[in-house]
Every structure is written in structure tokens, then in C-alpha cells.
Design a protein around this ligand. Structure first.
Ligand code: SF4
Length: 231
């Protein structure tokens, strides 16, 4: 059986990877599932890590959605629960996390029959309990590394999530897909204030779907009005 690490290049999985390498733990392969909707800094981090993997003779594999994220979001013919049809699932997040479902299935299929390192921090007991199955290994929990410890570990090793001069972890709780409808209002306001490029991209997406991004109630345009007035 091989030892595979699932890496998203967020702070927890990156800290896990760096420490696995540092402690010379068994590690044959690193797998990154690229949704195609990652922040630019995630791809930069990946490119910084690749030579390190090469140096340690660790194989690197990238998985992708079967169809591009954008297509599934807006164009894929889908049947709704009420029997009607639609083009695309619209925003991913909340109860309709179609992107996560596909990602987890793909990673599970790929790692089947092997040991899989998963980067869930020590202070996420609910997620840990939910995921404890099969051949999954949780080194961060073993090392008692909290989310805060993971971030510090990455910073100390010279890794950050710099997006046009803004450190993403200083304004976002999670660095996941930039278009994630799970982003909370505080995070979205920070997009509006500090990440105008991505805010513009969210507006573009919103203009393609009638479903409001947040709570099925507020469109990105509604939120912009709200944030302007909160200034
Ligand atoms: S991070 Fe958000 S948008 Fe990306 S796959 Fe997960 S739920 Fe969907």
C-alpha cells in the first residue's frame, strides 16, 4: 500500500505535508484536486512545493473535475428535484455543495486501497470524528497541531497566501475556492474591500445566475450596496 497525502495547499494540509517531509514519514505521493477556481496564490504555492517533492522523490498528481467547474455551474443540463430542468447547479456551497461532492468522490476513488493522509487540525474534532474511517491518517491530530499552529508552522517555513499584497488568512477564515458560497458576510465584505479583482469575478458569476449567492437571499449586487453603505 502506498502513502498518499491529499493536499489543498491551504494552511492545514500544507503544514501537514511540510512536517511529514521534515520528519521523514512514509510518503509516496501528493494529490491535489484542482477545482479550477482556486486563488492564484494556491497555484503559486503548488509551484513552490513541486521542486521540494521532486527532491524527495515524492510523486505529484493533479486531479480535476470531470467537466470544468464553470460548465457545471452554468451550462450542464440538470434535473431539479421537482422534475424541471435547468442549466447548471449555480453557486456551490451551503446545502448544494456539488463541487465538494465530486472532489471527495474523486479523491476517495484515487486513494482507495492506500493510506491517505488528511490534513484536519487537532481543534476540529467534529470533522475528525466524521472522517475517521478506512485507511485515513490524521497526523495533525497526532501532533496536536491546531489550525493556528498550522498557520504559524507554514509562515515559519516561509509560505504564505499573498494575493496582490494581501495575506488571505488575515481576511478570510478559509482559503478555498474563490467563488465559494460558504464564505460568510465578514469574508465577503473583505473581498469587497481588499480583493476587488475577485469581487468583480463574483459579480460576473452572479450576473449569470438568478440564484442569489448568499443565503439564497442576497445577490452579490445586494451585498455590494450593503457594504458601500456600511463604509
Ligand atoms: S470550497 Fe466551496 S465552492 Fe469549492 S467545492 Fe467546496 S463548497 Fe464548492
Amino acid at each position: 500500500m502506498k502513502y498518499i497525502a491529499s493536499i489543498s495547499f491551504g494552511k492545514d494540509s500544507l503544514a501537514m505535508l511540510l512536517r511529514l517531509i521534515e520528519e521523514n514519514k512514509p510518503l509516496d505521493e501528493v494529490v491535489f484536486y484542482d477545482t479550477g477556481m482556486e486563488f492564484e496564490c494556491i497555484y503559486k504555492l503548488r509551484d513552490k512545493i513541486l521542486p521540494i517533492l521532486k527532491e524527495h522523490k515524492i510523486k505529484y498528481t493533479e486531479l480535476r473535475p470531470k467537466e470544468p467547474f464553470f460548465y457545471t455551474m452554468f451550462y450542464k443540463p440538470v434535473k431539479k428535484k421537482d422534475g424541471s430542468s435547468a442549466n447548471g447547479y449555480s453557486w456551490c456551497g451551503g446545502r448544494c455543495r456539488w463541487g465538494t461532492t465530486e472532489k471527495l468522490k474523486a479523491l476517495e476513488k484515487y486513494s482507495k486501497g492506500n493510506y491517505e493522509y488528511v490534513g484536519i487540525a487537532y481543534d476540529e474534532p467534529q470533522r475528525l470524528n466524521k472522517e475517521r474511517k478506512g485507511n485515513k491518517l490524521f497526523p495533525l491530530a497526532e501532533w496536536e497541531m491546531t489550525e493556528k499552529d498550522c498557520l504559524k508552522y507554514c509562515y515559519d517555513k516561509g509560505f504564505n497566501w499573498n494575493e496582490n499584497g494581501i495575506e488571505l488568512y488575515s481576511i478570510l477564515d478559509r482559503v478555498s475556492c474563490w467563488c465559494c458560497a460558504n464564505k460568510n458576510l465578514k469574508e465577503l465584505k473583505n473581498y469587497y474591500k481588499y480583493l476587488p479583482f475577485y469581487w468583480g469575478k463574483l459579480k460576473e458569476l452572479q450576473s449569470k445566475t438568478s440564484r442569489p449567492m448568499k443565503y439564497n437571499k442576497y445577490t452579490v449586487f445586494d451585498l455590494e450596496e450593503r457594504f458601500k453603505n456600511e463604509k
